[in-house]
Design a protein around this ligand. Sequence first.
Ligand code: SF4
Length: 435
Amino acid sequence: MTTSVSVQVCKEAQEEPPHSVESAAEEPPGKRAWENRQRFFGHVSEEQWNDWKWQFRNRINTVQELASLIHLSDKEQARLRLVTGRYPFSITPYYFCLIDQNNPDDPVRKQAVPSFEEIAFAFMGKADPLAEEEDSVVPGLVHRYPDRVLMVLTNICPVLCRHCTRKREWQSGRWARTTAEIELMLDYIRRNKAVRDVIVSGGDPLSLATSRLEEVISRLRDIPHVEIIRIGTRFPVVLPQRIDAELCAMLSKYGPIWVNTHFNHPHEVTPEAALACDKLVRSGVPLNNQSVLLRGVNDSVETQTKLCRELLKIKVRPYYLFQADEVQGTEHLRTPIETGIRIIEGMRGHTSGLAVPTFVVDLPGGGGKVPLQPNYIVSHTDGELVLRNYEGRTFTCRNPEPLVSDHRPDRQQQRPERVQPASREAVAASKGKAK
Ligand code: SF4
């Protein structure tokens, strides 16, 4: 689906002259990133480097470009061409510079540079393991939980993360929702008064021009029963220059807006990322992090602890640690579920509770999120619980008897009632316009 809006994004990025963006390099960047920048992008001016549109326009997305920057044997190049025929790639110059060129297992590289294993294990997993298409009430609007909906505005992202749950969207070209499609989504939300929380996501919604994003956010804010708006974005991690004055001024007008970002490794917590997060916080936007547990990237207690401590220092609350979904083309990055539980066990009590995310499995088939944690109950008898603490010591807690009034019939959790769009014809018509 190619649309006028996606063209708007790209044209704006190409045609607008670089404008004044506050320097994202107010502090000296990390030594490695700085050396890489000098080595690979030494010809790029400071102004261009700090212009998110320059970064976006100059993403590395061909095997030939990649091979000109890092050593790839002929065999590796041939394999990469095979992989990218199915799963394309895209890396911003900024994010590329975080890679340790001497380490083939570098955690940033693993997230951004394609691997042959993506197609070697492609028979495992599903294209849409969370059944988002099934739960879409109008194109791009997923309504699974009673009081919240997910708006998928585009499939465009500055970096195509190799572990992405919506990898299936990469084969459909670059698209963004049309005005007609957005109208259908807004109409559904307006008519469904149970919706109090709207998650604006993608792809990455900050790939859209700020003016386009404002059109959507301002209209959501006009709906009285929408209490909070959440934006899911990886820009603070992979292209922090995007968090500019214009964006922050816009977001500050429509609060409460929460941003969920997606840091996976402490190497991503750079001075530039810290500055971007600081700007958001100063604009009245609280920040939470949703990390994905990835084999060889962040699957140890040490890495997760370091990551979460670094996040707190830049005012980002570690929120979820996701078990990687069963997505086709990502099997090589998935870990056993026990790894996540062990990591939480290794963090809880050993560091501030604020730094400990909730480990979550998003159930296949659209079952929703299930939190998992170590079992701290040693035994449970009438009136008494024996619990173990983080050091393995056991403690007995007296457990008060329930009052009769505490016994209430179980309430069956209902699937959200869906308000149908005006007509199926309207949906079909909007799809037609989206071409
Ligand atoms: S930013 Fe999010 S949606 Fe985009 S590729 Fe990465 S994980 Fe997928």
